[in-house]
Design a protein around this ligand. Structure first.
Ligand code: IMP
Ligand code: MG
Length: 182
């Protein structure tokens, strides 16, 4: 396929789809079909979340869903530091099995803040699921219970992940041509 701005496709859409189904199989083995509430961290998780939710249907499980919108990177490729809540969740999490879904676990700052916040809403448990993980960049020891793919320390876009709000719509995970952000 011809791609103008992507240097390399790291994970193609077939690999993503297979991994999504496997992740949901794993999640179902651990959590059963209790009071599952899936919390998507926007904007990055939107595509992953949609596929995960469709995959739950294979198990005849229909979780509640809600969204938490957090501050983004702005136009750069490194984190701005603080995690700001732009849109809060509305679901009642008391007694629920909560599955937090994000696009990528990088330094761990975002998930740490989210876990702390949701933990205060008296859920039965909070589990985390990320499509991607960059282990090399971890600053906080965050337990990601379900990880789609470990990737090298490269800035990636697609399947929800952006650079300056672009490329979220790519159906695969790709590495941008460096000249685009240098
Ligand atoms: P953390 O708080 O440092 O773990 O960063 C998590 C957030 O940073 C993710 O939800 C993404 O929005 C963003 N991020 C980290 N690495 C990348 C990347 O390679 N491409 C696009 N966004 C990224
Ligand atoms: Mg994000």
């Amino acid at each position: 396929m011809r791609e103008h701005d992507v240097k390399e496709i790291l994970i193609d859409k077939t690999a993503i789809a297979q991994r999504v189904d496997h992740l949901v199989d794993e999640i179902m083995e651990d959590l059963g079909s209790g009071h599952l509430v899936v919390i998507g961290i926007l904007k990055g998780s939107f595509m992953f979340l949609a596929d995960l939710m469709r995959s739950f249907h294979r198990h005849n499980v229909h979780p509640r869903i809600d969204f938490l919108t957090l501050s983004s990177y702005g136009a750069g490729t490194t984190s701005s530091g603080t995690v700001e809540i732009i849109h809060d969740i509305r679901e009642d999490l008391a007694g629920a099995d909560v599955l937090v879904v994000d696009d990528i676990l990088d330094t761990g700052k975002t998930l740490r803040a989210v876990i702390n916040k949701l933990g205060g809403m008296t859920p039965r448990q909070v589990r985390t699921c990320v499509l991607l993980s960059k282990k090399a960049r971890r600053e906080y020891d965050i337990p990601a219970d379900y990880i789609g793919f470990e990737i090298p320390d490269e800035f990636v876009v697609g399947y929800g992940l952006d650079y300056a709000e672009k490329y979220r719509n790519l159906p695969h995970i790709g590495v941008l041509k460096p000249e685009l952000y240098s």
